[in-house]
Design a protein around this ligand. Structure first.
Ligand code: PGA
Length: 257
């Protein structure tokens, strides 16, 4: 059975004091792991070591919001896999739509980062998703196929369960517009089918997370869908009750599988 995840992407938010309060609340709200649902938070780079310390002994894991494709050397501003591993990071979000649209990350760049993460033992959470105009133009599947092709070409024999895919329709991120569960399911089913390019077991074992305005109030409906294996959560991951509510919805729904 494939793993399921609830991952919080803090984006460029937080402070030492705010993180402390948020993590204390999350630790109290998630005292033990439930139903094969992994939970993690992804703070800005500078907070990673302190967040790893704060969550130690709890079921909460830690991810970075990006990672370099390079190992070390003259790459000002970059952070490689080995440094993230050294400070206790488990996951790396790669190719978030904000990185693609605001910082010019290409599909090939995303693929290289995915390869680096896998080689160094981080779990890549590879983000894909279409713009609103692309969905309206009937291009959703074409866009997702192109984004997935770059990654699949870079990992010719992918190990089942080694990567996590996050489907985040760009028009649903931070907008309050969520894809309906049925709409998201249809796209997730397409993605799962497409992942068969990497083998049947790879397609079946890859967790495909939904992202885009996931909240405690809409999480259960999304997680009830057979090809939605969790959530990548932005805004709501900064609010204890919301993120714990999303985790509990995941544990309820995925416990039924
Ligand atoms: P949101 O962000 O939940 O605030 O829409 C999701 C994301 O960008 O990962």
């Amino acid at each position: 059975m494939r793993k399921t995840y609830v991952i919080g992407n803090w984006k460029m938010n937080g402070s030492l004091a705010a993180n402390k309060a948020l993590l204390a609340g999350l630790k109290a709200g998630v005292p033990a792991a439930k139903a094969n649902v992994a939970i993690a938070v992804c703070p800005p780079f500078v907070y990673l070591p302190s967040v790893v310390d704060a969550v130690s002994g709890s079921p909460i894991g830690v991810g970075s919001q990006d990672v370099s494709e390079y190992d070390k050397g003259a790459y000002t501003g970059e952070v490689p896999v080995a440094m993230l591993k050294e400070v206790g990071v488990t996951y790396a979000v790669i190719g978030h739509s904000e990185r693609r649209s605001l910082f010019g990350e290409t599909d090939e760049w995303v693929a290289k980062k995915t390869v680096a993460a896998l080689a160094g033992g981080l779990v890549p959470v590879v983000c894909i998703g279409e713009l609103e105009a692309e969905r309206e133009g009937g291009l959703t599947e074409k866009v997702l196929a192109t984004q997935l092709d770059a990654v699949l070409a870079a990992i010719p024999n992918p190990v089942p369960g080694s990567i996590v895919v996050a489907y985040e329709p760009v028009w649903a991120i931070g907008t309050g517009k969520t894809a309906t569960p049925e709409m998201a399911q249809e796209t997730h089913a397409f993605i799962r089918n497409y992942l068969k390019k990497g083998g049947e077991a790879f397609a079946q074992d890859t967790a495909i997370l939904y992202g885009g305005s996931v909240k405690a109030s809409n999480a259960a409906g999304l997680f009830a869908m057979p090809d939605i294996d969790g959530g990548l959560v932005g805004g709501a991951s900064l609010i204890v009750e919301e993120f714990v509510g999303i985790y509990n919805a995941a544990a309820d729904q995925f416990g039924k599988r």
